[in-house]
Design a protein around this ligand. Sequence first.
Ligand code: SAM
Length: 289
Amino acid sequence: MALPIEFITRTRALLGEEYDKLEAALQADVPVSIRINRNKGTKAPSTPQVCWSETGYYLPERLSFTFDPLFHAGAYYVQEASSMFLQVVLEQITGDTPLRVLDLCAAPGGKSTLLASNLPKDSLLVSNEVIKSRASILKENIIKWGYDHIVVTNSDPNRFTGLKGAFDMILVDAPCSGEGMFRKDEKAITEWSENNLRLCEERQRRILSDVWDALAPGGYLVYSTCTYNPGENEDILNWILTTFDASSVEIRHNFTAITPSPFPLHGYHFYPHKTSGEGLFMGVIQKND
Ligand code: SAM
């Protein structure tokens, strides 16, 4: 796997000596993990569990999922393990009160199906995807998952601007430069460029500006990317904090392999040389009441 030289330079500056471990992990096999659907009575496999998800399990190898009727029945969702950390976030920021939740960039539906399984009873989930062909895949996956409190929409983020305070929680799993997907997706490597990083940052700020008004005072914005660079992660969270009236939320956990953002910001990095999953960043912001 030949990585772009500018990526190597930037990421080595970010990680220091650890960079070589990251590069070695990128040459290793991709761990395969699934999240089971308790609502369908799916039995847990007798394989190691994902440590931050009670429904996440690693499989010894990648199966031909498309030949498995249980896959098409929504008995499980194939999801890389780092993303399942969303479950820990939800445990902390939700209680028993039903919530109105928007998953703004939702296709193909990994985080929406996780939300569906973990939101308080009687919550409403609006699962949105701007790209039409991807919205169809999202709809299919949501139908298979089998919950009835989800609405799938196909709208640009700016269509939500007028829905002032409509949502108690918004998840923005932003389109990004995809550095964390390098070992899963060769295209992420060929499309990577410094110019693309800037375009991603601009788009992320635009998406967040569009949707900010739709978040209720006191509500939570969960922001995530599958990339490592601070420009699309910490800088975006800091930009939210300086542009809007909001606070960074600490997520309490016991997983030492997760790399925290520099204090006082609360952000969480998953690196494939430290955790068994792909690259991910997640941070939570609360809109001040
Ligand atoms: N949350 C999804 C999941 O867990 O399965 C993955 C989402 S993926 C990281 C980002 C999504 O953002 C893609 O589905 C992409 O089509 C969508 N997207 C691309 N451009 C966008 C834009 N300008 N505004 C909103 N969403 C966009």
